[in-house]
Design a protein around this ligand. Structure first.
Ligand SMILES: C[S@@+](CC[C@H](N)C(=O)[O-])C[C@H]1O[C@@H](n2cnc3c(N)ncnc32)[C@H](O)[C@@H]1O
Length: 221
Protein backbone atom coordinates (compact mmCIF):
# COMPACT_ATOMS: atom_id res chain seq x y z
CA UNK A 1 0.00 0.00 0.00
CA UNK A 2 1.36 3.51 -0.76
CA UNK A 3 2.43 5.77 2.11
CA UNK A 4 2.25 9.58 1.84
CA UNK A 5 5.18 11.84 2.72
CA UNK A 6 5.11 12.67 6.43
CA UNK A 7 5.20 16.46 5.82
CA UNK A 8 4.60 17.65 9.33
CA UNK A 9 4.99 21.40 8.67
CA UNK A 10 2.01 21.48 6.31
CA UNK A 11 0.02 19.26 8.62
CA UNK A 12 0.84 21.29 11.74
CA UNK A 13 -0.26 24.52 10.04
CA UNK A 14 -3.53 22.93 8.98
CA UNK A 15 -4.31 21.63 12.44
CA UNK A 16 -3.33 24.90 14.12
CA UNK A 17 -5.83 26.68 11.86
CA UNK A 18 -8.45 24.03 12.66
CA UNK A 19 -7.78 24.45 16.40
CA UNK A 20 -8.71 28.12 16.20
CA UNK A 21 -12.21 27.09 15.10
CA UNK A 22 -13.07 24.25 17.52
CA UNK A 23 -12.49 25.67 20.98
CA UNK A 24 -15.65 27.15 22.42
CA UNK A 25 -15.82 28.58 25.93
CA UNK A 26 -18.60 26.14 26.81
CA UNK A 27 -16.70 22.94 25.89
CA UNK A 28 -17.68 20.17 28.32
CA UNK A 29 -16.05 16.77 28.92
CA UNK A 30 -17.70 14.28 26.55
CA UNK A 31 -16.81 10.91 25.05
CA UNK A 32 -18.32 10.04 21.67
CA UNK A 33 -16.93 7.67 19.07
CA UNK A 34 -19.13 9.00 16.28
CA UNK A 35 -19.90 12.34 14.63
CA UNK A 36 -23.54 12.27 15.79
CA UNK A 37 -24.66 13.64 19.16
CA UNK A 38 -27.49 11.15 19.45
CA UNK A 39 -26.45 7.85 17.95
CA UNK A 40 -28.58 4.88 18.97
CA UNK A 41 -26.51 1.70 19.15
CA UNK A 42 -23.18 3.53 19.27
CA UNK A 43 -20.67 2.19 21.79
CA UNK A 44 -19.27 4.34 24.59
CA UNK A 45 -16.01 4.39 26.51
CA UNK A 46 -16.62 0.76 27.60
CA UNK A 47 -15.00 -0.17 24.27
CA UNK A 48 -11.70 0.66 25.97
CA UNK A 49 -12.17 -2.17 28.47
CA UNK A 50 -12.04 -0.19 31.72
CA UNK A 51 -8.42 1.01 31.55
CA UNK A 52 -6.41 2.52 34.39
CA UNK A 53 -4.30 4.46 31.90
CA UNK A 54 -5.24 5.69 28.42
CA UNK A 55 -3.46 7.52 25.62
CA UNK A 56 -5.48 9.44 23.03
CA UNK A 57 -3.56 9.94 19.79
CA UNK A 58 -4.57 13.12 17.96
CA UNK A 59 -6.51 14.21 21.03
CA UNK A 60 -7.66 17.57 19.63
CA UNK A 61 -9.79 19.45 22.15
CA UNK A 62 -9.08 16.81 24.81
CA UNK A 63 -12.71 16.59 25.90
CA UNK A 64 -12.77 12.78 25.66
CA UNK A 65 -9.73 12.60 27.90
CA UNK A 66 -11.36 15.02 30.32
CA UNK A 67 -14.36 12.68 30.47
CA UNK A 68 -12.19 9.61 31.11
CA UNK A 69 -10.18 11.43 33.76
CA UNK A 70 -13.40 12.28 35.59
CA UNK A 71 -14.09 8.50 35.61
CA UNK A 72 -10.75 7.84 37.35
CA UNK A 73 -8.60 7.03 34.29
CA UNK A 74 -5.10 8.52 34.09
CA UNK A 75 -5.33 10.17 30.68
CA UNK A 76 -2.58 11.37 28.35
CA UNK A 77 -3.14 13.11 25.04
CA UNK A 78 -0.70 13.63 22.20
CA UNK A 79 -1.44 16.05 19.38
CA UNK A 80 0.55 17.54 16.52
CA UNK A 81 -0.92 21.05 16.84
CA UNK A 82 0.78 23.41 19.33
CA UNK A 83 -2.34 25.62 19.35
CA UNK A 84 -4.59 22.67 20.11
CA UNK A 85 -2.35 21.40 22.91
CA UNK A 86 -1.95 24.82 24.49
CA UNK A 87 -5.71 25.31 24.64
CA UNK A 88 -6.53 21.76 25.70
CA UNK A 89 -3.95 21.97 28.48
CA UNK A 90 -5.31 25.29 29.72
CA UNK A 91 -8.78 23.77 29.89
CA UNK A 92 -8.18 20.25 31.19
CA UNK A 93 -4.80 20.01 32.92
CA UNK A 94 -6.42 21.23 36.16
CA UNK A 95 -8.47 17.98 36.06
CA UNK A 96 -5.25 15.96 35.84
CA UNK A 97 -5.06 15.27 32.09
CA UNK A 98 -1.55 15.34 30.63
CA UNK A 99 -0.97 16.77 27.14
CA UNK A 100 2.04 16.42 24.87
CA UNK A 101 2.63 18.31 21.63
CA UNK A 102 4.24 15.88 19.17
CA UNK A 103 3.71 13.81 16.08
CA UNK A 104 2.29 10.48 17.21
CA UNK A 105 5.05 8.44 15.55
CA UNK A 106 7.82 10.57 17.06
CA UNK A 107 6.14 10.46 20.46
CA UNK A 108 5.67 6.69 20.56
CA UNK A 109 9.23 6.18 19.34
CA UNK A 110 10.52 8.35 22.17
CA UNK A 111 8.77 6.89 25.22
CA UNK A 112 9.23 3.69 27.22
CA UNK A 113 5.81 3.93 28.85
CA UNK A 114 2.91 1.50 28.19
CA UNK A 115 -0.83 2.10 28.50
CA UNK A 116 -3.91 -0.03 29.18
CA UNK A 117 -5.66 1.59 26.22
CA UNK A 118 -4.71 3.66 23.18
CA UNK A 119 -7.46 5.28 21.16
CA UNK A 120 -8.24 7.76 18.40
CA UNK A 121 -11.54 9.53 17.70
CA UNK A 122 -11.27 10.93 14.18
CA UNK A 123 -7.67 11.46 15.31
CA UNK A 124 -4.15 10.31 14.48
CA UNK A 125 -5.22 6.78 13.46
CA UNK A 126 -6.99 8.44 10.53
CA UNK A 127 -4.02 10.63 9.54
CA UNK A 128 -1.10 8.21 9.92
CA UNK A 129 -0.08 5.27 7.76
CA UNK A 130 -1.32 2.17 9.60
CA UNK A 131 1.77 0.18 8.59
CA UNK A 132 3.83 2.64 10.63
CA UNK A 133 1.42 3.41 13.45
CA UNK A 134 -0.14 0.09 14.42
CA UNK A 135 3.08 -1.79 15.38
CA UNK A 136 4.11 1.19 17.54
CA UNK A 137 0.72 1.25 19.25
CA UNK A 138 0.98 -2.49 19.96
CA UNK A 139 4.44 -1.96 21.47
CA UNK A 140 3.06 0.66 23.87
CA UNK A 141 0.11 -1.33 25.19
CA UNK A 142 0.20 -3.53 28.25
CA UNK A 143 -0.66 -7.20 27.61
CA UNK A 144 -4.45 -7.36 27.25
CA UNK A 145 -4.53 -3.64 26.41
CA UNK A 146 -7.03 -2.28 23.89
CA UNK A 147 -6.48 -0.22 20.76
CA UNK A 148 -9.67 1.40 19.42
CA UNK A 149 -10.32 4.02 16.78
CA UNK A 150 -13.16 5.67 14.90
CA UNK A 151 -13.27 7.69 11.69
CA UNK A 152 -15.36 8.05 8.55
CA UNK A 153 -15.55 5.04 6.26
CA UNK A 154 -13.68 5.03 2.95
CA UNK A 155 -15.31 6.56 -0.08
CA UNK A 156 -15.82 3.55 -2.37
CA UNK A 157 -12.85 3.08 -4.69
CA UNK A 158 -10.63 5.67 -2.92
CA UNK A 159 -8.11 3.77 -0.82
CA UNK A 160 -4.74 4.48 0.77
CA UNK A 161 -3.55 8.03 1.56
CA UNK A 162 -6.06 10.68 0.48
CA UNK A 163 -4.69 14.23 0.14
CA UNK A 164 -6.91 16.91 1.65
CA UNK A 165 -6.53 20.71 1.37
CA UNK A 166 -7.91 22.98 4.07
CA UNK A 167 -9.92 26.01 3.01
CA UNK A 168 -11.18 27.18 -0.35
CA UNK A 169 -8.30 26.09 -2.63
CA UNK A 170 -6.71 29.55 -2.39
CA UNK A 171 -3.95 31.01 -0.20
CA UNK A 172 -1.13 29.11 1.52
CA UNK A 173 -1.23 25.38 0.81
CA UNK A 174 -2.29 23.66 4.02
CA UNK A 175 -2.91 19.98 3.55
CA UNK A 176 -2.80 16.64 5.21
CA UNK A 177 -3.34 13.00 4.27
CA UNK A 178 -5.98 10.76 5.71
CA UNK A 179 -5.94 7.00 5.28
CA UNK A 180 -8.98 5.22 3.91
CA UNK A 181 -9.53 1.48 3.70
CA UNK A 182 -12.35 -1.00 3.83
CA UNK A 183 -12.90 -2.69 7.24
CA UNK A 184 -11.22 -5.93 6.15
CA UNK A 185 -8.07 -4.01 5.19
CA UNK A 186 -7.94 -2.19 8.54
CA UNK A 187 -8.39 -5.59 10.18
CA UNK A 188 -5.46 -6.97 8.19
CA UNK A 189 -3.20 -4.07 9.26
CA UNK A 190 -4.16 -4.75 12.89
CA UNK A 191 -3.49 -8.49 12.60
CA UNK A 192 -0.14 -7.85 10.88
CA UNK A 193 0.84 -5.60 13.81
CA UNK A 194 0.23 -8.55 16.17
CA UNK A 195 -3.21 -7.65 17.52
CA UNK A 196 -5.84 -10.30 18.35
CA UNK A 197 -9.63 -10.16 18.80
CA UNK A 198 -9.69 -7.78 15.85
CA UNK A 199 -13.06 -6.26 15.01
CA UNK A 200 -13.56 -3.53 12.41
CA UNK A 201 -16.95 -2.54 11.04
CA UNK A 202 -19.02 0.41 9.89
CA UNK A 203 -21.75 1.59 12.24
CA UNK A 204 -24.72 2.98 10.32
CA UNK A 205 -25.64 6.65 10.83
CA UNK A 206 -28.80 7.37 12.83
CA UNK A 207 -30.44 8.53 9.59
CA UNK A 208 -30.53 5.96 6.77
CA UNK A 209 -28.26 6.96 3.88
CA UNK A 210 -26.13 9.34 5.94
CA UNK A 211 -22.39 8.81 6.49
CA UNK A 212 -21.64 6.03 8.94
CA UNK A 213 -18.67 5.60 11.28
CA UNK A 214 -15.88 3.07 10.91
CA UNK A 215 -14.95 1.66 14.31
CA UNK A 216 -11.96 -0.59 14.93
CA UNK A 217 -10.99 -2.46 18.08
CA UNK A 218 -8.21 -4.91 18.80
CA UNK A 219 -6.32 -6.34 21.75
CA UNK A 220 -2.61 -6.75 22.38
CA UNK A 221 -2.02 -10.39 23.38
C1 LIG B 1 -10.26 15.92 13.46
S1 LIG B 1 -9.27 16.27 14.88
C2 LIG B 1 -10.07 15.22 16.05
C3 LIG B 1 -9.65 15.45 17.43
C4 LIG B 1 -10.45 14.97 18.63
N1 LIG B 1 -11.04 13.70 18.49
C5 LIG B 1 -11.46 16.01 19.11
O1 LIG B 1 -12.56 15.64 19.45
O2 LIG B 1 -11.16 17.17 19.17
C6 LIG B 1 -7.76 15.41 14.46
C7 LIG B 1 -6.61 15.73 15.42
O3 LIG B 1 -5.51 14.85 15.08
C8 LIG B 1 -4.30 15.58 15.24
N2 LIG B 1 -3.25 14.94 14.42
C9 LIG B 1 -3.21 14.83 13.08
N3 LIG B 1 -2.09 14.21 12.68
C10 LIG B 1 -1.40 13.91 13.82
C11 LIG B 1 -0.15 13.29 14.08
N4 LIG B 1 0.62 12.83 13.07
N5 LIG B 1 0.27 13.17 15.36
C12 LIG B 1 -0.51 13.64 16.40
N6 LIG B 1 -1.70 14.25 16.20
C13 LIG B 1 -2.14 14.38 14.93
C14 LIG B 1 -4.66 16.98 14.78
O4 LIG B 1 -3.76 17.97 15.26
C15 LIG B 1 -6.08 17.16 15.31
O5 LIG B 1 -6.11 17.78 16.57
Amino acid sequence: MPIAPHDLDHERQLWDAYAESVFKACLEPAFRWTQYHDHPGAPGPELLGGPGTALEIGCGTGRALAYLTQQGVKGTGVDLSPVMVERAAAQWEPLGVEFVQADVLGYLNSIGQRFDAVYSVFGAAWFTAPERLFPLVAAHLNPGGVFAFSQPPAIPGAYGPQGMYKGGFAGPAMYTYRYSYEPQDWARFLAEAGFVHVDVSVLHAPTPGHIGTLIGRAVRP
